[in-house]
Design a protein around this ligand. Structure first.
Ligand code: NAD
Ligand code: UD1
Length: 338
C-alpha cells in the first residue's frame, strides 16, 4: 500500500471531496479532523462513492503529541492542510479563535512535520488575500492585503510558509488560493453542510430552493458590474479537489514553493447564479435586493493560467453542472449530514 496523504480537515467540505479525488488517483487519504465544523458521516459517504474508507483520526491539529504519534505511525508522504476556521464575520467577533486555530494550529503542524522529517505540504489559502483588487482578472503577483482576521490569518500562514522554505530548501510547499468553491459531488452524497444560516451565496440559494429559508437577500444592486450585483469566480468543488491532486503530483516532483490561483478564470454575477440555479433545479429562488454587505468587493475572478501552465490542470465543470450538483446534494440531504 502506498504511504498515505495526511488530510487535515478532511471531513469538511473541500476536504471530503479531495479525499474522493485522491482515492480516484490511487492515493490513500488519512484524515485528521476535530469535527468542529463537520461530521464523520462525510467519510462514510466518501466510502460509498469510492469503495474505500479513508484512514481516520479524530483530533485537533493543535495537539502536538497526537500529531507526533500520527506522523510516526502512518509515515505520510505529504500533508494537505485544510483544517481551520473560515467564517469572516465570526473572525471579526472572535479574532483569537482564528489566530489560535489557523495560525497557531498551522505552526504546531509544521513543527510536528519538521520533527518527523516530513516536509511536503499543500496549504489552503484563499482569494481573500488579494483584498480589494485593483483590477480583474487577478494574477498571483497582485499585492496582498486583509480586511478581517480570517484573511489576515491566511496572509500570516502564507508568510510563515515562505520563511520556512527560505530557511530550509528541503521543504516543498504549495500555497493554493481558492476562489469561490461551490457545488457538490455528482452523486449527491457529499456537499457543503454549513452550520446555522449560511453566510455564502450558494448554500443560501439551495436552502431557499428547498424551503428552509424564505428568500435570498442580494447584497447590493449598485455595484459597478454589468447587472449591478457582485461578480465572483465560482469553481466546482470537484474541480478544486482535482487541482489538489495535480498540485500534489507537482510538489512531489519538484522541491521549492509555488503559489497558484485555483479558479475558473470566469466571473459570474449573483443574479446570473440565481438564474442558472433556477434553470437547473426547476425551482424559483425569490430574492430581494438589499444594501451592500460590509467588507464585500465588486468583482473578483482569477487569472487561472499559472495553474494550467504549472499543474496542467484547469476547471472543467460549468455553471449548469455546479447548480445541478448543488441541488442534487441539497435535495437528498435537506438538513445536511449533522
Ligand atoms: P470546512 O469547515 O468544511 O472544513 C474545515 C475542516 O477543518 C472541518 O471539518 C473542521 O471540523 C476542521 N477543523 C477546523 N479546525 C480544526 C482543528 N483545529 N483541528 C482539526 N480539524 C479542524 O471548510 P472548507 O470550506 O472545507 O475549507 C477548507 C479550507 O479551505 C479552510 O482552511 C478554508 O479557510 C479554506 N478555504 C475555503 C474556502 C471556501 O469558500 N470554502 C475558500 C478559500 C479557502
Ligand atoms: C466569502 C468571504 C471570503 C472567502 C469566500 C470563499 C466574506 C466577506 N468573504 O467571499 O473571505 O474567501 O467567501 O469562501 O464573507 N451574496 C448575496 N447574498 C447572500 C450571500 C452572498 O448577495 O446571502 C453575494 C455577496 O455579496 C457576493 C457573492 O454573493 O457578491 C458571493 O458571496 P459569498 O459566497 O459570501 O463569497 P465572497 O463574499 O466572495
Amino acid at each position: 500500500m502506498p504511504l498515505p496523504i495526511l488530510v487535515t480537515g478532511g471531513a469538511g467540505y473541500i476536504g471530503s471531496h479531495t479525499c474522493v479525488a485522491l482515492i480516484e488517483a490511487g492515493h490513500v487519504p488519512l484524515v485528521l479532523d476535530n469535527l468542529c465544523n463537520s461530521s464523520v458521516e462525510s467519510l462514510a459517504r466518501v466510502q460509498r462513492i469510492t469503495g474505500v474508507r479513508p484512514l481516520w483520526v479524530e483530533g485537533d491539529i493543535r495537539d502536538a503529541a497526537l500529531l507526533q504519534r500520527v506522523l510516526a505511525e502512518h509515515r505520510p508522504q505529504a500533508v494537505i492542510h485544510f483544517a481551520g476556521l473560515k467564517a469572516v464575520g465570526e473572525s471579526v467577533r472572535e479574532p483569537l479563535a482564528y489566530y489560535d486555530n489557523n495560525v497557531g494550529g498551522t505552526t504546531i503542524l509544521l513543527q510536528a512535520m519538521q520533527e518527523a522529517g516530513l516536509r511536503n505540504l499543500i496549504f489552503s489559502s484563499s482569494a481573500t488575500v488579494y483584498g480589494n483588487p485593483a483590477s480583474v482578472p487577478i494574477s498571483e503577483d497582485f499585492p496582498r492585503s486583509a480586511t478581517n482576521p480570517y484573511g489576515r490569518s491566511k496572509l500570516m500562514i502564507e508568510d510563515i510558509l515562505g520563511d520556512l522554505v527560505g530557511a530550509d530548501p528541503r521543504w516543498r510547499v504549495a500555497r493554493l488560493r481558492y476562489f469561490n468553491p461551490v457545488g457538490a459531488h455528482a452523486s449527491g452524497l457529499i456537499g457543503e453542510d454549513p452550520r446555522g444560516i449560511p453566510n455564502n451565496l450558494m448554500p443560501y440559494i439551495t436552502q431557499v430552493a428547498v424551503g428552509r429559508l424564505p428568500e435570498l437577500q442580494v447584497f447590493g444592486g449598485d455595484w459597478p458590474t454589468p447587472d449591478g450585483t457582485g461578480v465572483r469566480d465560482f469553481i466546482h468543488v470537484m474541480d478544486l479537489a482535482e487541482g489538489h491532486v495535480a498540485a500534489l503530483a507537482h510538489l512531489l516532483g519538484e522541491p521549492g514553493m509555488f503559489t497558484v490561483n485555483l479558479g475558473t478564470g470566469q466571473g459570474c454575477s449573483v443574479l446570473q447564479m440565481v438564474q442558472a440555479f433556477e434553470r437547473n433545479s426547476g425551482r424559483r429562488v425569490p430574492y430581494r435586493i438589499v444594501p451592500r454587505r460590509a467588507g464585500d468587493i465588486a468583482a473578483c475572478w482569477a487569472d487561472a493560467s499559472a495553474a494550467h501552465r504549472l499543474l496542467h490542470w484547469q476547471a472543467r465543470r460549468d455553471l449548469d453542472t455546479i447548480c445541478a450538483d448543488a441541488w442534487r446534494w441539497q435535495q437528498a440531504n435537506p438538513q445536511g449530514l449533522r
